[in-house]
Design a binder for this molecule. Structure first.
Ligand code: NAP
Length: 343
């Protein structure tokens, strides 16, 4: 296992699950000086915000959660991040961003925010027995792909055949058979993208019609390389013993028949869970649970001086580069807010 730049080896590389809400008793806890900006999250959005606010001399405090570096640290090669014509290792890319942010004065701390109080200034974030005070906050907590939880999925996740990102990993499955699990727009999109590389794409859905929008569903179901496997739920990922995916065991829920799809890659596309944690109590969210930016902005929220960036506020694009763009926008908004409000 590769170890992150600081002593985060002890942190689990598993996906962060929802952060628990708790009601902190703020006046009994230790407080610190008032930070210019606290950035929560160290994925592409958080680290880009750290680079920009660091370079603006704001000395950002960056809080690292359970998956330092975010989702990209669990992928292998990233071939579509601009500026890397021969591709870049996802873990290395995040290390580079962190190094760049540190160079500009960003400070990193491991801290899991469990509750917040944004009703007055300075803003308060509770992490363990510590209360962090901040003039501005950038929430970049990311989203976690929803997983099926079937046997073998966890063991063969990330570089061993189970993945959640066709855009990231599809090119590794040239002329191979793969399976996509899910029936929404993501599953249809992933399946269609995979047809560029794979010989055959099984689209495994638990019902007999796709949830995806009509246009996406029509495209997927009529594609000659896509084979829809209806009324079927995944039971197990095969190949754990060999360390690589060799098949997907499924069950037809109508007939009860079990079978194995002989695939080398399995793309889980059953939705995402935004990591909004305790922030959801004070920041607006949409019906899917994602942060909902204020009208006319991608990153401003309903709380002045508090911004959101990356996958926790974006269920449409969900790319490293779009998250980085949002992190940049949130940082620029932060600088402006501090300039206007005496930062
Ligand atoms: P989604 O719409 O929630 O679809 C999730 C799919 O996974 C559903 O088909 C669901 O089955 C299935 N599923 C859920 N849990 C499962 C489980 N445990 N085992 C097997 N199957 C399971 O999620 P999404 O596709 O990620 O889309 C999220 C949002 O982003 C949507 O609003 C979508 O329109 C949008 N989006 C848009 C685009 C685009 O416009 N290009 C692309 C991607 C996403 P059921 O249908 O039976 O519930």
């Amino acid at each position: 296992m590769r170890v992150w730049a600081t002593a985060v080896g002890a942190f689990s590389r598993l996906r962060p699950r929802a952060v628990r809400m708790s009601c902190g008793v703020l006046h009994h806890m230790s407080t610190s000086t008032v930070e210019n900006v606290v950035i929560v999250g160290t994925g592409c959005a958080g680290l880009t915000a750290a680079i920009y606010t660091g370079r603006a001399n704001l000395s950002p405090l960056v809080l690292e959660g359970p998956l330092p570096g975010g989702q990209l640290t669990t992928t292998s090669e990233v071939e579509n991040f601009p500026g890397f014509p021969t591709g870049v290792d996802g873990f290395q890319l995040m290390q580079n961003l962190r190094e760049q942010a540190t160079k500009f004065g960003a400070r990193f701390e491991q801290a899991l925010v469990t509750s917040v109080n944004f009703s007055s200034m300075p803003r308060k974030l509770v992490a363990g027995d510590r209360v962090i005070l901040a003039k501005t906050v950038i929430v970049a907590t990311g989203a976690s792909p929803r997983m099926t939880g079937i046997p073998g999925e966890k063991e063969l996740y990330g570089g061993k055949g189970v993945t959640t990102c066709a855009t990231c990993d599809g090119a590794f499955y040239k002329k191979m058979d793969v399976a996509v699990i899910g029936g929404g727009d993501s599953a249809a999109e992933e399946a269609l993208f995979l047809t560029r590389f794979a010989s055959k794409v099984y689209l495994v859905h638990r019902r007999d019609s796709l949830r995806a929008s009509k246009i996406m569903a029509d495209r997927a179901t009529s594609h000659p390389k896509i084979v829809c496997v209806w009324d079927s739920v995944p039971l197990a990922v095969e190949g754990v013993g060999a360390g690589a995916v060799s098949g997907l065991k499924i069950k037809n829920v109508k007939t009860g028949a079990e079978s194995v799809l002989p695939v080398k890659g399995i793309f889980v596309a059953i939705g995402h869970v935004p990591n909004t944690g305790p922030f959801a109590a004070v920041l607006d969210t949409d019906e899917g649970g994602y942060f909902k930016p204020a009208a006319g902005s991608q990153v401003r929220t309903n709380v002045p001086g508090v911004y959101v960036a990356g996958d926790c506020a974006d269920h449409v694009y969900r790319q490293a580069i779009t998250a980085a763009g949002m992190g940049c926008a949130a940082a620029i908004e932060t600088e402006r807010w501090l300039a206007e409000h005496g930062g």
